[in-house]
Design a protein around this ligand. Structure first.
Ligand SMILES: NC(=O)C1=CN([C@@H]2O[C@H](COP(=O)(O)OP(=O)(O)OC[C@H]3O[C@@H](n4cnc5c(N)ncnc54)[C@H](OP(=O)(O)O)[C@@H]3O)[C@@H](O)[C@H]2O)C=CC1
Ligand SMILES: O=C1O[C@H](COP(=O)(O)O)[C@@H](O)[C@H](O)[C@H]1O
Length: 481
């Protein structure tokens, strides 16, 4: 199968930092189909050779195990091409069409790695020159809109040019190996399904903690905040995968239909429940891994006095028969104590204790990063005889060790899926819009009342009030258990 992969925004940070290294890994692992060309598009004039040199130099900034040798780069670079285009100039698109048509590859994947303000004009112009035939797929990078109205507008334009099956909306968390494995855990094992419900599960906690701050992205981040940056997309996508009903097939729409039902079942927020169940915070100076780090307000390009949230914790419920009354806690933040993304399924206590020593409820921890694996926390008897001492034990499955040569990074997986036309790990427009619909009352409440922002020391687990959010129901966050 021949393919052309075009990166609009081909000189940008996303392309050289994430997409090119991911493609190179696919190439190195022999997973990139033969017969591919990669075309980078941006506004400055440069030759293919100059672009190859640019990418070569940027690889120096990539993790050393992921850098190519000279011989590997020479082979990879032969796939790379460059074309000058101003994406806001309609007259620049005919040349792109000619370039693609001259070879007429089986598939053209057009990756919009630019600021989203360009998405409408790019889609319209691709349609105008006929680059929307069935062999074309368009990949839309996050953020897809700033609120419901802007997301709907982008989707309207995309739909006016492409069919839904041609639109690949990226949420890179869906490409993470442990997130893919969540589907296998739930739907390729009979063990968990009978327990995966309110009768057995006390609460579910999704934590997406970062130890890094906003770095040099202060201007972008300040207009975005943690709710839009992480909750509306990554955290909610994880929640849907945990809470969805078993899809009837492994087809993309069967899965996305079930995820959409979960999003529609989330308890809607009111001004009162936002005040009670949603907490936002901003980091102050502190210490992360022994290093002193500045507060958010001292980061570059952050406006003085900004009220932007760098931390969100919230409590919600999925209002259906399976989950009625089970709290789902979501938490994300920058400059927290550790880089730690995990989903914790806290099971209920045994109904009738018979041992003299206390027994802890079972817990299943789905670890997304830094490690990728599963932990099942159980109780075991340490001794024998009538007064057995119970002790917690852990079944620990490390996927990196179990499948050492087969783990594929998120962007590598998603790029390969887009080339192959597999939509399972991409977000459908209705899911995305429903997620915006659900977070909007929070955004509205915060816009009306600027007083609720709490602070937390960099290197902590967020504002102290986040513990109270969970303690109110008689529970504790994983690190406090
Ligand atoms: N960086 C990251 O890690 C991530 C970024 N994103 C999102 O991806 C998008 C791109 O981010 P990032 O790569 O960091 O941004 P950059 O500013 O680094 O890159 C923007 C790219 O778009 C090109 N561009 C801008 N305007 C035009 C135009 N009119 N015609 C042609 N090309 C144009 C630029 O090239 P030139 O100016 O030379 O023309 C450049 O190649 C953003 O929306 C960002 O939020 C999402 C996830 C992660
Ligand atoms: O989408 C985003 O994700 C990253 C975190 O991704 P991870 O794979 O490193 O966990 C986050 O830093 C960034 O702000 C956000 O835009």
């Amino acid at each position: 199968m021949s393919f052309d992969l075009v990166f609009f925004g081909g000189t940008g940070d996303l392309t050289w930092r994430k997409l090119m290294p991911a493609l190179f890994q696919a190439f190195r692992h022999g997973k990139l189909p033969e017969g591919g060309r990669i075309l980078a598009v941006a506004r400055d004039d440069r030759s293919d050779e100059a672009y190859r040199q640019f990418i070569h130099d940027r690889f120096a900034e990539v993790e050393s195990s992921k850098r190519p040798s000279d011989e590997e780069f020479a082979r990879f670079a032969a796939l790379l091409h460059y074309r000058r285009m101003d994406l806001s100039h309609p007259q620049d698109y005919a040349g792109l069409k000619q370039w693609l048509d001259a070879r007429g590859a089986d598939t053209a994947v057009l990756y919009l790695a630019t600021s989203p303000y360009l998405f409408p004009v790019i889609c319209e112009q691709l349609g105008a020159v006929g680059l929307n035939g069935p062999q074309v797929r368009v990949v839309l990078e996050k953020p897809l809109g700033h609120d419901l109205a802007s997301a709907q507008e982008i989707n309207r334009v995309v739909r006016s040019v492409f069919s839904e099956r041609q639109a690949f909306r990226i949420d890179h968390y869906l490409g993470k190996p442990s997130v893919q494995n969540l589907m296998a855990l739930r739907f390729a094992n009979a063990l968990f399904e009978p327990l995966w419900r309110r009768e057995s599960i006390a609460n579910i906690q999704i934590t997406l903690a970062e130890s890094i701050g906003v770095g040099t992205r202060g201007d972008f981040y300040d207009k975005t905040g943690a709710l839009r940056d992480m909750v509306q997309n990554h955290a909610l996508q994880l929640l849907t995968m945990i809470a969805m009903e078993p899809p009837s097939t492994n087809d993309a729409d069967a899965i996305r239909d079930e995820k959409l039902k979960v999003l529609r079942s989330l308890r809607p927020f009111t001004p009162e429940s936002v005040a009670r169940d949603v907490l936002r915070g901003q980091y102050k100076a502190g210490n992360v891994a022994g290093q002193a780090v500045p507060g958010y307000l001292d980061e570059v390009k952050v406006p003085p006095g900004s009220l932007c949230e760098t931390f969100v914790a919230l409590r919600t419920e999925v209002q259906n028969w399976r989950w009625a009354g089970v709290p789902f806690y979501l938490r994300t933040g920058k400059r927290l104590a550790a880089r730690d993304a995990q989903i914790v399924i806290n099971f209920r206590e045994v109904p009738h204790p018979i041992f003299p020593s206390a027994s802890l409820p079972n817990k299943l921890v789905i670890k997304l990063q830094p490690e990728d694996g599963l932990e099942l926390h159980l109780m075991a008897a340490k001794g024998s005889g009538p007064s057995e001492q119970l002790s917690p034990v852990k079944l620990d499955l490390d996927f990196d060790r179990a499948f050492p040569s087969e783990r594929v990074g998120a962007y590598e997986r998603l790029l390969l899926d887009a080339i192959a036309g597999r939509l399972n790990l991409f977000v459908r427009s209705d899911e995305q819009e429903q997620a915006w619909r659900w977070v909007e009352p929070i955004l509205d409440a915060w816009a009306r009342d600027a007083t609720g922002l709490r602070t937390y020391a960099a290197g902590s687990w967020g504002p102290a009030a986040a513990s109270a959010l969970v303690a109110r129901d008689g529970f504790a966050w994983a690190e406090e258990q």
